[in-house]
Design a protein around this ligand. Structure first.
Ligand code: IPM
Ligand code: MG
Length: 347
């Protein structure tokens, strides 16, 4: 179990530290952790957010535990040197195209949701976000028009094979759950989305048991707060998935609770909280490490096929929440270390 740990910027090191403590406490045979630099931290030390040695370490590993990247001090840098390029580069270089972002209401957490308890109580959904294409990786730039005005531009595109492979991930996930798949697009305006929809419909023929629906992204954003219980699996493109998953996090209480997996074709995966580096609270011990800890659980499940210890971690986190131990993100007073301690105690 060779795991590369890339803690990154801001609260990344704090929350990843707690996830590592949890992993080590399980006493799994063969666990071997190596540490590498990413993001603004890597830029400071090596002049690049994703140094060659970090990428090599990632390639030599079975899975990656990732913290967060983002640093205001780097906002003036050319785009290819900004911290975010670390995560985008890893996703692309390692072919991590399928992003699983589950959002499930933990028992007793209904009051923390931004939604009324009778609405939030039913949330158990999985957002599957395509991670290697879309406007994220298209050509982009700023050009000067003939009349002298500056114009920013980013190309949105999806090739059919890219849509097909993420659609399969969506349908397979739905088969293992409540057998409902909602494909989210903007086919009423975008050609990229019309092709997306056409291809998803083609793939659906291979999964007759799954009920497929389609939703425009604006409506999906609305339905996520109106009636999130209607969703089982959502499959969508890179940009829409980025936005909807942040929104889903507040529906279940806090972005500090949402873990994610970015998977390649085989067993390789990168596991990270969906939250960012939160520079405002970095280094203060205030961050909630639960999303990082739950990301470690996803790693055991998806890259190492270790369902039992993954479920143990998730049960421990659920118990801690049930006991009313909460971080500041959930209106509580427990710090990062204290929450890690509480999870370890339950384990
Ligand atoms: C996420 C983040 C990243 C993204 C940023 C840090 C580049 O928001 O993982 O959701 O946009 O994908
Ligand atoms: Mg995001």
């Amino acid at each position: 179990m060779k795991i590369a740990v890339f803690a990154g910027d801001g609260i990344g090191p704090e929350v990843t530290g707690e996830a590592v403590r949890v992993l080590e406490a399980l006493g799994l045979p063969g666990l071997a952790l190596t540490y590498g630099d990413v993001g603004g931290a890597a830029w400071r030390r090596h002049g690049h957010p994703l140094p060659e040695e970090t990428l090599a370490m990632a390639r030599a590993s079975d899975a990656i535990l990732f913290g967060a990247v983002g640093d205001f001090a780097c906002d003036h840098l050319e785009r290819h040197l900004r911290p975010e390029q670390a995560i985008l580069g890893l996703r692309k270089q390692l072919g991590l195209f399928a992003n699983l972002r589950p959002a499930k209401m933990f028992a007793g957490m209904e009051d923390a949701s931004a939604l009324r308890p009778e609405i939030s109580g039913a949330i158990d959904l999985l957002i599957i976000r395509e991670l290697n294409g879309d406007v994220y990786f298209g050509e982009k730039g700023v050009r000067t028009l003939d009349d002298g005005r500056r114009q920013g531009w980013d190309l949105m595109s999806y090739a059919e094979d890219e849509v097909r492979r993420i659609a399969h991930v969506g349908f397979r996930a739905a088969m293992g759950r409540r057998k409902m798949l909602c494909s989210v697009d903007k086919a009423n305006v975008l050609e990229t989305s019309q092709l997306w929809r056409d291809v998803v419909i083609e793939v659906a023929a291979e999964y007759p048991e799954v009920t497929l629906s389609h939703m425009y992204v604006d409506n999906a954003a609305m339905q996520l707060v109106r009636n999130p219980g209607q969703f089982d699996v959502i499959v969508t493109g890179n940009l829409f998935g980025d936005i909807l998953s942040d929104q889903a996090s507040m529906c279940v209480g806090s972005i500090g609770l949402l873990a994610s997996a970015a998977l390649a074709e085989g067993s390789m995966g990168l596991y990270e909280p969906i939250h960012g580096s939160a520079p405002d609270i970095a280094g203060k011990g205030l961050a909630n490490p639960m999303a990082a800890i739950l990301s470690a659980a996803m790693m055991l499940r998806h890259s190492f096929d270790l369902e039992a210890p993954a479920a143990r971690i998730e049960a421990a986190v659920a118990e801690v929440l049930r006991a009313g131990i909460r971080g500041a993100d959930l209106g509580g007073s427990h710090g990062c270390r204290a929450i890690g301690d509480a999870v370890l105690a339950r384990l």
